[in-house]
Design a protein around this ligand. Sequence first.
Ligand SMILES: *Cc1c(COP(=O)(O)O)cnc(C)c1O
Length: 436
Amino acid sequence: MTLAELLPSIGCSTEPVLEEGLWPDGTHLSGSDLVIGGVPATRLAAQFGTPCQVLDEATVRNRAKAFVAALPEAEVVFAGKSLPCPEVYRWMASVGLSLDVSSAGELALARAAGFPAGRIVMHGNVKTGEDLKAALEYGVSRIVVDSFDEIAQLGALARHGQEVMIRVTPGVDAHTHAAVSTGVEDQKFGFSLASGAALEAVLRVVEQPSLRLVGLHCHIGSQVRHVASYEETVRRMVGLIASCGVRVEQLDLGGGFCAPYLPGESSFDLFGFAQRVRGTLSYECALHRVPVPRILIEPGRSIVANAGVTLYRVCAVKRGARTFVAVDGGMSDNPRPALYSAKYAVRLVGRGGKLRPVTVVGRHCEAGDVLAENVLLPADVHAGDVLAVPVTGAYHHALASNYNQVGRPPVVAVRDGLARPIVRRETEEDLLRRYV
Ligand SMILES: *Cc1c(COP(=O)(O)O)cnc(C)c1O
């Protein structure tokens, strides 16, 4: 850290510096306000209400382009489940990415976005008949099969030549949270490499006249920090390609590249990943005398997480042994603390003050509805203040619920000083529409 970066925190304890790497590109302080995509956070809160999920378009586009630039020979596939929204899918299409969907619903959003079918991959450990029919009807380019039942079902439904990849469990521990560790043995995803199920799946697909095997797929987990986990995955997957005796044109390494959530956490080493995966792939393919397959990668979180900021309004403050700051959202717009013990930074926007540790909690009827513990806010934080929580672009809109019949927040895109909703706020009318 340079002295210049340190100075603001020395000179003024009431205006904490902006944590590096967490906020959307170009986010800066203007007095005590936070400017995102050229728009002050206080204005966004006033104009669109709270809670409000702000998404910086330039950050999303830049991160997507960074993947393409790091691995120009690869197909970069956006994991659509991380931020399901037609407008976001259009941004991905326009910068040359492909799209992963994992249900007929996500595919419906892709269709609404006009996303080219030839660049859509369908996933999922359970695909219902409706999911598969929707995929075939739209003509998605590849379907990643995940069970023997699915191979048989898809074989019967598909027209001639449907391209298929096989989801393999390579047995690599990505050293991440158990709820998002998907590459190890003994969990629900894919065909085990170690047990021989993956090889058996290759044979079963090849036997189906309507299916054409184009690739092998794996996804070792999410919030993966170590490039070495991907190198080990490449070694194992090329070993499988060599033993399966058929031409494998594509090797999909999945996503899972980590994003920083707290000050001091680093971003994923994309350049190191590209170099080391490329090197390992060509070495292993030469060793096993197999042609080098085209690499696919499926980033979700690492593209959109740091592009998002959620704005809340403080509704109540309770002071006791701890200070609880209660806001107008909570686990309905961010269940990640409850699901994964996820931690977040929080800052108050629009004014300063001497900082004190507080616990920020949500409005829902669960003791576990805590958004952030032990974060520093001005000691006189009070009802009406606006709080900003960074790193809410991935798996926030996607995981939002209507618990307590709270309408889900809008997603407001910001760019060059302009703000526009790309998902509108859910109203009581929306909620009532489903009840009979
Ligand atoms: C969820 C998922 C991804 C994206 O994971 P991130 O951690 O968001 O990068 C990629 N591929 C598959 C198959 C997934 O299930």
